[in-house]
Design a protein around this ligand. Structure first.
Ligand code: URP
Ligand code: ZN
Ligand code: ZN
Length: 487
C-alpha cells in the first residue's frame, strides 16, 4: 500500500499548457503523486482547499538579474534573498538568472562566484544561464563544454553594451560551441555602433534626459541586430532565442525567419506590454525608472506584442527583472546626481508583477487562453532550458510547484506591498483583477496571499539538461559543407 500523501490540494481548476481539468492534487515528498477526481482523506495528510480556483504551474522566470556583479558604484538592489522572496509572492517558483563573465575572468570563476551569492539564500528553485563576454579559446574549447556537461546549458550573448558586446566573429564562434554541445543561446539584439552614433549626436545637442534613451535605440537598431543574429544562427544552423523583443520591427524579422523554416525563438517582457515611450518622458528624472533596453515603444507596438503572444510567435514571457533603486547613487541616480541617459543603469524591476499582470490583462481580458498563459509563463521556459517535466507543468512526477489564483476582486499594485528590495515599481497604481492567493514550492506554501512563508535556502539549484529545443533541425545548405562545418 502506498504511503499517504503529505498534502492534498482539493477542488482545483487545473490549467496546463495543453488542458483544463478539475481535480484533487496529491503530493508526496514534494512531487505530484496523483491527479484524481476525489482523493481519499487520511489523518496523516494536510489539506488545502483550492475552492474551485484556477491552479497553474509555478512560474519559471527564465530571464531575471539578481545580485549580478556590476561596475561600481552601480549595484543591484535585489540579491537572492529578496529577489526570490519577491518571485515566490508573485507566483514564480523557479528563476534562471545569469552568472556573468567579466572580461578577463574565467567562466568557472564567474559560476563559482554566482553560486556563493545564491546557495543557501534562495527561497525558490534556481538554475543559471551564463553570460559570455570574453570568448577566449579556453572559454570556447574547455570551459563552456565542461559547464554545459554540468548543467549550465544556456548562455546569453550581447550585441551591445561596451563591457559585454561580442562582434559577429565572436558570435559565430559561440554559436558553433552551442551547436556542438547542445546549448541554447539567448541573444540581446541591438546594433551597438548605431546606438553609439545616435547617442553622440543626442548628447552633442544637450539632449541628456531619460526620454532620449528611447531615441538612441529606435526600432531599426533592434531590427537590424535581430536580422543579423538570425542570419548568423542560420550560418551555424543552430536554434537561438531573441530576448526582450520590444515591438513590430523585430517581430517582423522573427516572423520572416520562421517563414523560412529557421528555428528562432522569441521572448518578450511586461515592459513591452505595459509601458511606452511616454513613461520615459515623465517629468524631471522620473523617466529613468523605465530606462531599459530595448526601450518601451508605443501603443501600436504594444499591440503587436500582444498579437505575438496570442498567435504563438513568442515562446516565453519573462520579467527581465533588473533591480536598480531609483533614489540611490548605486542605482538610477548614479553617484547621487541625475546622469545623462547613457549612464542610467538599464532595466526595470518586475519579478513579482510578471505573472499577475499577464493573468489579469491577458487571460481575464480575453487576449490569451489560460493554457497559453501557462505555456508562456512556465512550460515553454522549462522546455527551452532543460527543466521539463520536473518544472513547468502539473503532472504526476513533476515538482509540486503550484499557484492558486485569486480572481474577481481588484488588486492595486503598490510598491509598498511588493517583496523586492527596489524602491519603486513601474506599475505603481495599476489595477489588476488577479493575484496569487497561494504559491507552493515542492508542496510547501511559500506565499499564502498575505505573507511570505518561504525560507532562505529553501530553494535548490537545478542543473539543466541539454534542451531538446536547442537541437538543430539540420537543413541542407551547401555553404555549410564547403566551409567544412558538416560532412
Ligand atoms: O535593460 C535591460 N534589459 N537591462 C537588463 C540587462 C539586459 O540586457 O537584459
Ligand atoms: Zn539584454
Ligand atoms: Zn536582462
Amino acid at each position: 500500500m502506498d504511503k499517504p500523501f503529505d498534502l492534498i490540494v482539493r477542488n482545483a481548476h487545473v490549467a496546463t499548457a495543453a488542458d483544463l481539468f478539475h481535480c484533487d492534487i496529491g503530493v508526496r515528498e514534494g512531487r505530484i503523486a496523483a491527479l484524481a477526481d476525489r482523493l481519499p482523506p487520511s489523518p496523516a495528510t494536510r489539506e488545502i482547499d483550492a475552492a474551485g480556483r484556477f491552479v497553474t504551474p509555478g512560474g519559471v522566470d527564465s530571464h531575471c538579474h539578481l545580485d549580478q556583479p556590476m561596475q561600481p558604484p552601480v549595484r543591484m538592489a535585489d540579491d537572492f534573498v529578496t529577489g526570490t522572496r519577491s518571485a515566490a509572492c508573485g507566483g514564480t517558483t523557479t528563476v534562471i538568472p545569469f552568472a556573468a563573465q567579466q572580461r578577463g575572468q574565467r567562466m568557472f570563476d564567474a559560476v563559482a562566484d554566482y553560486h556563493r551569492r545564491a546557495d543557501g539564500r534562495a527561497s525558490v528553485d534556481y538554475a543559471f544561464h551564463l553570460i559570455v563576454s570574453d570568448p577566449t579559446p579556453a572559454v570556447l574549447r574547455q570551459e563552456l563544454p565542461a559547464l554545459i556537461e554540468k548543467g549550465y546549458t544556456s548562455f546569453k550573448l550581447y550585441m551591445t553594451y561596451e563591457d559585454m558586446k561580442l562582434d559577429d566573429r565572436q558570435v559565430l564562434e559561440l554559436l558553433e560551441v552551442a551547436r556542438e554541445h547542445g546549448a541554447m543561446v539567448m541573444v540581446h539584439a541591438e546594433n551597438t555602433d548605431a546606438i553609439a552614433f545616435l547617442t553622440e549626436r543626442l548628447l552633442a545637442q544637450g539632449k541628456t534626459a531619460p526620454r532620449y534613451h528611447g531615441l538612441s535605440r529606435p526600432s531599426p537598431v533592434e531590427r537590424e541586430a535581430t536580422h543579423r543574429a538570425i542570419s548568423l544562427a542560420e550560418l551555424i544552423d543552430v536554434p537561438i532565442l531573441i530576448v526582450h523583443v520590444s515591438g513590430a520591427e523585430a517581430v517582423e524579422q522573427i516572423r520572416w525567419a520562421r517563414g523560412k523554416g529557421l528555428n528562432v525563438h522569441a521572448e518578450t517582457c511586461p515592459q513591452y506590454l505595459f509601458l511606452t515611450q511616454d513613461d520615459l518622458a515623465l517629468p524631471g528624472f522620473l523617466g529613468a525608472r523605465c530606462v531599459c533596453s530595448p526601450p518601451p515603444r508605443d501603443a501600436a507596438n504594444q499591440q503587436v506584442i500582444w498579437d505575438g503572444l496570442a498567435d504563438g510567435l513568442f515562446t516565453v514571457y519573462s520579467s527581465d527583472h533588473a533591480p536598480y533603486n531609483y533614489d540611490d547613487p548605486a542605482g538610477k541616480h548614479l553617484g547621487a546626481r541625475e546622469p545623462a541617459f547613457p549612464d542610467v543603469p538599464n532595466g526595470v524591476p518586475g519579478i513579482e508583477t510578471r505573472m499577475p499582470l499577464l493573468f489579469s490583462e491577458g487571460v481575464l481580458a480575453d487576449r490569451l487562453t489560460l493554457q497559453q498563459f501557462v505555456a508562456l509563463t512556465a512550460t515553454n521556459a522549462a522546455r527551452l532550458y532543460g527543466l521539463y517535466p520536473r518544472k513547468g507543468t502539473i503532472a504526476v512526477g513533476s515538482d509540486a510547484d503550484l499557484v492558486v489564483w485569486n480572481t474577481g476582486r481588484p488588486y492595486t499594485i503598490r510598491n509598498r506591498d511588493l517583496h523586492h528590495a527596489v524602491d519603486y515599481t513601474p506599475y505603481e497604481g495599476r489595477q489588476l483583477q488577479a493575484w496569487p492567493g497561494m504559491t507552493l514550492l515542492r508542496g510547501e506554501v511559500v506565499w499564502d496571499g498575505e505573507r511570505f512563508l518561504g525560507r532562505e535556502g529553501g530553494g535548490t539549484f537545478l542543473p539543466c539538461a541539454r534542451p531538446e529545443m536547442a537541437r538543430p533541425r539540420p537543413r541542407a545548405q551547401s555553404w555549410r559543407r564547403w566551409a567544412g562545418l558538416e560532412a
